[in-house]
Design a binder for this molecule. Structure first.
Ligand SMILES: [Fe+2]
Ligand SMILES: [Fe+2]
Length: 158
């Protein structure tokens, strides 16, 4: 029936529109997430270990939520697109999310093991360096998403 077809199209368009809106909001979190890792290092160099731990745990919650939305909402659409480059496969992004997760868990455990009384300058420097490497990992992941995942999704959904 034409009436139901129109209604169906409108619902489909509304659904597509809302995914696009969510997509722009999620990709706009990338720079903020990167700067939150810097806040952790800044707390560490000030020897504010509980502040650093609070920041890192907050970051872990935020990036998990971010990756969950990408995996639950965007990657199922992306998987069905044609001509996805080999280096931009959906599984590749999921693997990177797992790697980010496990690196983050190790960093949290390491930071929990430091106390203001016993932490040495060398211990703090080592953690700041690990956070720098972790920031590079996240930065590369975001860049790959911004080069492949997000442009291809925009193209398909617009
Ligand atoms: Fe991601
Ligand atoms: Fe992302």
């Amino acid at each position: 029936m034409p009436g139901s077809y129109v209604a169906y199209s409108r619902i489909a368009m509304e659904k597509t529109g809302s995914i696009l809106k969510e997509l722009e909001s999620v990709v706009s979190e990338h720079p903020t997430l990167i700067s939150r890792i810097l806040r952790v290092s800044e707390n560490l160099v000030r020897h504010d270990l509980s502040g650093a731990l609070g920041q890192l745990e907050g970051f872990r919650r935020a990036i998990r939520r971010h990756a969950d939305i990408e995996e639950d909402l965007f990657l199922p659409v992306y998987r069905d697109l044609d001509n996805i480059p080999r280096t931009g496969r959906a599984e590749f992004f999921v693997d990177e999310h797992r790697r980010i997760d496990s690196t983050l868990d190790s960093l949290v455990i390491e930071l929990q093991g430091l106390s203001s009384e016993t932490a040495t300058d060398a211990g703090i420097v080592s953690l700041v360096e690990q956070l720098g490497r972790f920031r590079n990992l996240i930065d590369h992941h975001f860049r790959r998403e911004e080069m492949t995942l997000y442009p291809r999704l925009r193209e398909a959904l617009e």
